[in-house]
Ligand binder design. Structure first.
Ligand code: FO1
Length: 316
């Protein structure tokens, strides 16, 4: 099997978007599909906001704010500052150009287009070629059961700076949701499935919670490989390490490998964690240690290259 025939990447926010960019530099647009978490989406200020879709879209378009990973580089914040002056919610920092994306998405959704159609339209207008697919066109929303009560995702992640202690995570609406046709087709035709370096609980799990997606991956002939979101016991960004502790997982690539054990053929971890390759291989999951911290474009492309080369040389 030529694993480069149709690579399907599952991602959430910033970390996954970096690997998507690296892969997009290597793989032609008809051989790389990116499936994105939509459980962080929410209605805010009358707009339908899809943070992870926007992060992937802006990253591939070279528009993303390099410091934060989300929003648009050098964006102004005049509109949200005016909202604040009127006493409206300004905790979710929507930039002025970012606002345009969300205004267009909201208008097109209101005209009856699906989230998949809207995303494809916006990507086309940004001259993006690689398909960026919402996991579902039905609403799935991450809800967190915390010591501050039940919190919607953005309230937990942004407004409360992911400080509340999490006891459980729910994906409201997942039972009624189904994968889009494009997502099902991509997974059915996949030659390689990759879990990006995204938060297992908040970015990958919501995608796997859409009925049918986990089964499509489990029954696929394609190898399934994860890039560890944890390096040296720390998350590169966001609450992954804190959540793993709160939810009782070992905060390491070994903890991640155990968590996905039933789906994974292999995992790529950082050199800093190479001592964990042996216990991971003992689980029956192939393992390789590479430099997986992506600071600049060449890091992203190099990780994408070494991932594909490693799979070709070891997982076929
Ligand atoms: N994350 C923050 O931590 N603070 C923000 O003010 C913020 C604003 C924001 C605006 C648009 C957007 O698409 C994303 C934004 N994010 C912000 C990131 C977002 O909450 C997360 O990227 C995802 O939901 C989790 O990956």
């Amino acid at each position: 099997m030529n694993i480069r025939e149709h690579v399907v990447l599952l991602v959430g926010g910033v970390g996954g978007a970096k690997l998507a960019l690296g892969l997009s530099y290597i793989l032609p647009s008809d051989t790389l599909t990116i499936i994105v978490n939509t459980a962080d989406d929410f209605e805010h200020l009358g707009l339908y906001i899809s943070p992870d879709l926007d992060t992937v879209m802006y990253t591939l378009a070279g528009l993303a704010n390099p410091q934060t990973g989300w929003g648009i580089a050098n964006d102004s914040f005049q509109a949200i500052e005016m909202v604040e002056r009127y006493g409206g919610p300004a905790w979710f920092r929507l930039g002025d150009r970012d606002l345009a994306t969300n205004l267009m998405r909201t208008c097109l959704l209101r005209e009856g287009q699906s989230l998949t159609e809207v995303t494809q339209y916006l990507c086309t207008r940004l001259s993006l070629k690689h398909p960026i697919l919402p996991m579902s066109d039905q609403p799935v929303r991450t809800l967190l059961d915390t010591d501050q009560g039940m919190l919607a995702f953005q309230e937990y992640f942004v407004h409360q700076h992911w400080q509340p202690a999490v006891r459980a995570i729910h994906f409201e609406g997942s039972e009624q949701a189904r994968p889009t046709q494009a997502v099902s087709k991509a997974l059915e035709q996949a030659s390689l499935i990759v879990f990006g370096p995204s938060n297992p609980f908040l970015s990958i799990d919501p995608i796997l919670a859409v009925p049918g997606i986990r089964q499509l991956i489990a029954q696929s002939e394609a190898p399934c490989v994860a890039v560890s979101p944890i390096v040296g016991g720390e998350a590169l960004k966001g609450p992954a390490a804190k959540l793993m502790t709160e939810l009782g997982l070992e905060v390491s690539p070994l903890g991640v490998a155990k968590y996905y054990q039933d789906l994974l053929s292999g995992i790529i971890l950082d050199i800093a964690d190479q001592h964990l390759c042996q216990p991971i291989e003992a689980l029956g999951i192939r393992c390789t240690a590479q430099c997986i911290v992506m600071e600049n474009l060449s890091d992203k492309v190099n990780l994408a290259k070494s991932l594909l080369d490693w799979v070709e040389d070891n997982l076929l």
